[in-house]
Ligand binder design. Structure first.
Ligand code: BG6
Length: 545
């Protein structure tokens, strides 16, 4: 489908085939030049007709709250290193960790080093690390401790002096949701949320943004009382995934799919996010939240919006968000939630050759918890394009394998001029966007089986990122952290999208709250039987993954 990547593409400004990342890092270390100039200078093969500037961050400090959490260690700290390794961070870039630990700078540097070594996408290079290390600082304290935030303000002022970061700060709240308002209030109290003339202050809030419509609204009130809307970045890391952004390229850069992307041709859509892991050490976060609030309200509804929306007039935040909002507004819940939703909770079983415990036996989970670890829901979209086409969303932990995909399943051909025997095993055409792993796209269609008969059966045509592009895809957080530092918001949902998504989910959560214990399913299986029954009632089946 796609040919080799364009070497002059704006986000990969170094020469093709050359150690691009090395060139960029060295460039950004050149003192006295702006990063943009340095990047351009480091790439003599850059096409001079290409007026697009590489997307690199200007001088700034990233302040990370919750540095000892899983997300920071596995994703955020490695992503920062990877950005540095790709030359996309400015020379004076500084990273400040804030946590309830009696630590010094070197302890946080050690944690960062270990996280980078274990989880960075790009190779470890001593000179990149040294450069990053010079800007690492730590401020100890509780979120409720005024003194700690005063110390943070002083530390930031000093960093501005010594590293030329110009008062530009991004505050990343990778903390349990109950602390979002506390930290925002502190940033407001200390004046850290107010950007002096010529500088910027931005806040990044992890999902879930609220736990229902009302709380999302309240959190927004607090956040907007401290930061202007344009400085609030509500993160949904799925939007940073290459394969998710590619949904827009697939639909709107081609003429092949859009004519059939509607109720006249599409039978239904299945959006699946299956995980093989359990809740790990996240009992405190997950219990009481559950699968639907954890990922349907955000990741899966965002996928639905991208698959179902009309084409935006541009990819600027306002246009893109407007189209997503229109779709989310048009989503309708089925009248009978008992028959058209399913939820489950993993029981003990086998996963990857190991015996694993059930959810209720996980450390930190109360033995009568009714939190679901699997959720499936059927939605419709009340507009001209999609009326009558069901969208089935499912997600679960401890399922058979890790896979996220969007499958657009087409109606059967209106007439088959073959004998019934010859098409007995022919399925429905499908276009499957493989979000992860094995990133790519598959088209499934019927083909003649070689031989003397006219037997037709399903075959597939594959596009795989690994085969078509030389570069490996950046991690979602690399893209999103860079966007925050640049101040580029299209890949961050607006408050209106967040609230529309809660409007969809709230009635389901309210209904489930009256239903007692979710149906148990064996770890390593494909979820509760009620989810299969829900599809069977519609004469359909979940795709086998
Ligand atoms: C997070 C959820 O948003 O996404 C986790 O809170 C989930 O429960 C994770 O495991 C999955 O992310 P990814 O990128 O591995 O699909």
């Amino acid at each position: 489908m796609t040919d080799r990547a364009d070497p002059a593409a704006p986000e990969e400004p170094a020469a093709p085939g050359a150690p691009a990342e090395e060139a960029l890092t060295v460039a950004s270390a050149v003192a006295g030049t702006s990063t943009t100039e340095a990047v351009a200078a480091a790439n003599p093969l850059r096409d001079p007709r290409d007026k697009r500037l590489p997307r690199v961050a200007g001088p700034c400090v990233m302040v990370l709250f919750g540095v000892t959490g899983d997300l920071a260690k596995r994703k955020l700290l490695p992503a920062i290193y990877d950005l540095g390794n790709r030359g996309l961070l400015p020379p004076g870039f500084s990273l400040v960790g804030f946590a309830r630990r009696d630590w010094k700078d070197q302890d946080f540097a050690q944690l960062t080093y270990e996280a980078v070594k274990a989880h960075a996408r790009t190779p470890f290079r001593e000179e990149v690390w040294k450069q990053l290390r010079e800007g690492i600082h730590f401020v100890p304290g509780e979120f409720s401790d005024d003194g700690a935030f005063d110390a943070l303000a002083m530390a930031l002022a000093e960093i501005d002096e010594t590293r030329g970061t110009g008062g530009n700060y991004a505050f990343y709240l990778s903390v349990p949701p109950k602390f979002f308002p506390v930290v925002v209030e502190q940033l407001k109290r200390t004046g850290l949320s107010d950007a002096p003339e010529g500088s910027w202050r931005r806040v990044v809030i992890e999902k879930p943004f609220g736990h229902d419509l009302k709380s999302a609204h309240e959190l927004n009130e607090i956040t907007t009382s401290a930061f202007p809307e344009s400085s609030i970045f509500r993160i949904d890391h799925y939007l940073g995934k290459e394969t998710v952004q590619n949904i827009m390229a697939l639909r709107f850069a081609n003429n092949l799919y859009e004519p059939i992307w509607n109720r006249s041709f599409v039978d239904h859509v299945q959006i699946t996010m299956a995980e093989d892991i359990g809740i790990g050490g996240r009992a405190g976060y997950y219990d009481g939240i559950g699968a639907a609030r954890d990922v349907i309200q955000n990741h899966l509804l965002q996928l639905l919006a991208l698959v179902a929306m009309e084409d935006p007039t541009s990819f600027e935040a306002a246009s893109l968000r407007r189209e997503k909002e229109k779709v989310l507004k048009a989503v309708r819940l089925p009248a009978n939630l008992a028959l058209n939703t399913a939820r489950g909770q993993y029981a003990a079983g086998w996963q990857g050759g190991e015996k694993v415990v059930g959810y209720l036996q996980e450390e930190g989970i109360s033995p009568d918890s009714t939190t679901e670890t699997y959720a499936a829901i059927k939605l419709e979209i009340a507009n001209r394009r999609w009326a009558g086409v069901p969208f089935y969303l499912r997600t679960g932990k401890r399922l058979g394998r890790r896979v996220t995909e969007v499958a657009v399943v087409f109606q059967r051909a209106p007439h088959l001029p073959f004998s019934a025997d010859d098409t007995e095993i022919l399925g429905q055409n499908a276009l499957v966007i493989r979000v992860q792993p094995d990133e790519g796209i598959t088209v499934r269609f019927g083909s003649k089986v070689p031989g003397t008969a006219m037997e037709v059966r399903d075959v597939s045509m594959d596009f795989a990122y690994g085969e078509s592009f030389l570069e490996s895809s950046p991690e979602a957080y690399e893209r999103l952290l860079l966007d925050v530092m640049i101040g580029d918001p299209p890949l961050f949902p607006h408050q209106r999208e967040v609230e529309l998504s809660w409007k969809i989910l709230d009635p389901i959560e309210e209904f489930w709250a009256t239903q007692g214990q979710p149906e148990p399913y064996e770890s390593g299986s494909w979820g509760p039987t009620s989810a299969d029954a829900m599809m069977a009632r519609d004469g359909r089946v979940w795709r086998r993954l």
